[in-house]
Design a protein around this ligand. Structure first.
Ligand SMILES: *Cc1c(COP(=O)(O)O)cnc(C)c1O
Length: 375
């Protein structure tokens, strides 16, 4: 089976992890600092906080944004459930808005239509690696005093109008799960350009501990003293995993290049096929392609999906609209709310997309799609 996504691990990665294992720091040490600095460097952020997953990154980002009981978060249903559920964990009320027909990214006009002064965060997702329209979302967020959050689990290394993902929104979250564009096994990060948001993110992922004597309520308690001012969790990424992330980061451009080649090969190989729609890339973005979302028309998605799996193609579907999950159904969300997202879901198949794919494998997938669709 050709997997839809997988990691690329080389001997440099293995050596980097082994070196940390032989050293003094297994967890929060110099490699975490180096990884966070390198992440900030490539994402154009001023501060990155590494955490244990993309889900943790979202939880931390919403907490840093001050999301609490009853606050509204406006987001897209075309994403992994964590984009919304991690805000629910803080007591947020989620408003789902529809996606654009071509990119399946959050529709700025739909956001504009629903935001109010109660909106605390507008959270977009760079679906498949294609950045959201930040320049259209920014004035909407500013008008109501909301923060812009970019779930960039798919898009570390993408750029929008020449600006790197990580420098676009108030808070950006990454995931380093093995199927993503680079990995630390489990892992994630929050990126920001705002020092205060960065510090709040750091403290939430570090149990809420305050170690700055100037901010302490009881500064004269003793040299051992640290205080908790606000609730936090332990979401710290260990040095062992930061070493893998740091080593992977060095090859991110190579991964991006190979993914672009695979994307182009699919586009060329499927261009003339009827009954499908191919993904689009807007002119002003340069995505790292995390997914290749093929759309199968005429209600034939399931049939084509089953044929692909039977033919050795480990296809996947990304995503069922978030509010179809029983958790959200039980909160009262009903089907039909976001027709573009629902139609997209009913058609979508993610073809294998990762940096280890050979041209022969990509050609096999193209043949399998052609046979499945025309047969
Ligand atoms: C993978 C993913 C997450 C969660 O990341 P984990 O590291 O798996 O917790 C969040 N949002 C999106 C869009 C994702 O694809």
């Amino acid at each position: 089976m050709i997997q839809y996504g997988r990691q690329s691990i080389n001997e440099d990665d293995v050596a980097a992890v082994a070196e940390v294992l032989r050293g003094d720091w297994l967890t929060t040490g110099p490699t975490v600092t180096a990884f966070e600095d390198a992440l900030a460097q490539i994402s154009g952020a001023t501060r990155c906080v590494s955490v244990t997953s993309g889900t943790a990154a979202l939880h931390v980002a919403y907490a840093a944004a001050g999301v609490g009981q009853g606050d509204e978060v406006v987001t897209t249903p075309m994403t992994f459930v964590a984009t919304a559920s991690s805000a629910v964990a803080l007591g947020a009320r989620i408003t789902f808005v529809d996606v654009e027909d071509d990119t399946a990214n959050i529709d700025p006009a739909a956001v504009e239509a629903v935001v109010t002064d109660d909106t605390k965060v507008i959270a977009g997702v760079d679906y498949a690696g294609h950045p959201i329209e930040v320049d259209a979302l920014r004035p909407v967020a500013d008008r109501v005093g909301a923060l812009l959050l970019e779930d960039a689990a798919h898009s570390i290394g993408s750029t929008y109008r020449g600006r790197p993902v990580g420098s676009l929104a108030d808070l950006t979250t990454f995931s380093f799960f093995p199927t993503k564009n680079m990995t630390s096994a489990e892992g994630g990060a929050v990126a920001t350009l705002d020092a205060d948001l960065g510090q709040r993110a750091h403290e939430f992922h570090f149990i809420g501990l305050v170690r700055d004597r100037d901010r302490m309520r009881y500064p004269d308690e003793g040299p051992w003293h640290q205080e908790v001012h606000e609730y936090g969790l332990n979401y710290r990424l260990p040095d062992v995993l930061a070493a893998l992330g740091l080593s992977q980061l060095k090859r991110l451009e190579l991964f991006k290049q190979r993914r672009a080649e695979v994307f182009a090969r699919y586009q060329a190989g499927l261009a003339d096929l009827e009954g499908v729609r191919l993904p689009v890339q807007r002119e002003h973005v340069d995505p790292i392609w995390h997914l290749y979302p093929l759309r199968v028309l005429e209600g034939r998605r399931r049939e084509v999906f089953d044929k692909l799996r039977a033919n050795g193609v480990g296809a996947q579907v990304n995503y069922m609209p978030v509010y179809w999950h029983p958790m959200f159904e039980d909160l009262g969300y009903q089907r039909g709310m976001c027709p573009n997202a629902e139609e997209f879901y009913s058609q979508e198949i993610s073809l294998p997309m990762h940096a280890e794919l050979t041209d022969d494998q990509v050609d096999h997938v193209i043949d399998a799609v052609r046979v499945a669709v025309t047969g």
